[in-house]
Design a protein around this ligand. Structure first.
Ligand SMILES: Nc1ncnc2c1ncn2[C@@H]1O[C@H](COP(=O)(O)OP(=O)(O)OP(=O)(O)O)[C@@H](O)[C@H]1O
Ligand SMILES: [Mg+2]
Length: 257
């Protein structure tokens, strides 16, 4: 098992979001989101600040309880007001989440960052976990960095370690929240290149991003979330080039300059 190539298992997962409502106090942050994501699709989630993108991702992997509707991630479903720890744990085994600020373990080497969860959480054989981690580090072009600490890496390198770490758990999907926002343009391309490469594994990727170029190039679907609702959903051509709503047009005019 451990000597399979540095790829994730085949078969991305379907995500079905139905009438998802999330409130903070009196404010409705997500207002009845309805969205189907096909297995193996890369979805770019774009939209103005405060529109609910991060909240939506957090609802998908059980980090955030919600107030109405349901979220089905592969075979597991979360319902509002129903925090089932086993269901949440299964979803987190199925989808990895990667954040803007990497969240690497500072006291561990790059290699140990990638092997920690497989060994300590999933009980994988340490030698097998190390071999697979090295393959994954090679895949994200960090084979020579396995003994470094995160503090000795650039931002783009840290983010690639975070991707390798997520892949080490053999997810069928990845949720990425603005993972290139803190990086300079050249480094952004390295990280986006790694993500584009994951498409060939059939992984389902939901990516909050401001990179309209990436959305055009790599996203099967683009979802524009504004004021807690899906303002537009479609191909990049549909959403970016011919938005139908005034809200989407206004946002795109601003980001496209
Ligand atoms: N813990 C919280 N308590 C109260 N309000 C919150 C909380 N978390 C988020 N919000 C509010 O929910 C709304 C959506 O926030 P969210 O972080 O999902 O937006 P976003 O689309 O990811 O924005 P950005 O592009 O700036 O990251 C915002 O108005 C935010 O202030
Ligand atoms: Mg956000």
């Amino acid at each position: 098992m451990a000597n399979d190539c540095a790829q994730t298992p085949p078969g991305g997962l379907a995500i079905r979001i139905q009438q998802l409502v999330k409130r903070h106090g009196d404010r409705e942050i997500l207002r009845g989101i309805q969205l189907d994501i096909q297995p193996g699709h890369t979805v770019a989630l774009i939209g103005p600040s405060g529109g609910g993108k991060t909240t939506l991702l957090r609802c998908l992997n059980g980090l955030e309880p919600f107030d109405g509707g349901s979220v089905a991630v592969g075979e597991n479903t979360l319902h509002s007001g129903d925090r089932r720890p086993l269901e949440i744990a299964r979803i987190r085994q199925t989808v990895g989440m990667i954040f803007q600020d990497f969240q690497l373990f500072p006291h561990l080497s790059v290699l140990e960052n990638v092997t920690a969860a497989p060994i300590w959480v999933q009980g994988e054989n340490p030698q097998a976990a190390r071999e697979r981690a090295l393959q994954l580090l090679e895949r994200v072009k960090l084979a020579d960095f396995s003994n470094r600490r995160p503090s000795q890496l650039s931002g783009g390198q840290k983010q690639r370690v975070a991707i390798a770490r997520a892949l080490a758990l053999r997810p069928r999907g990845l949720l990425c929240d603005e993972i290139t926002s803190a990086l300079d343009p050249e480094t952004k391309h390295e990280v986006l290149g790694v993500l584009e490469d994951l498409k060939r594994d059939g992984l389902t990727v939901v990516m909050v991003t401001h990179e309209i170029g990436f959305a055009r190039r790599a996203a099967d679907r683009v979802v524009l979330l504004a004021d807690g609702t899906v303002a537009e959903e479609g191909t990049a051509g549909d959403v970016i080039d011919s938005p139908k709503t005034e809200r989407a047009s206004r946002f795109l005019a601003r980001v496209l300059g």
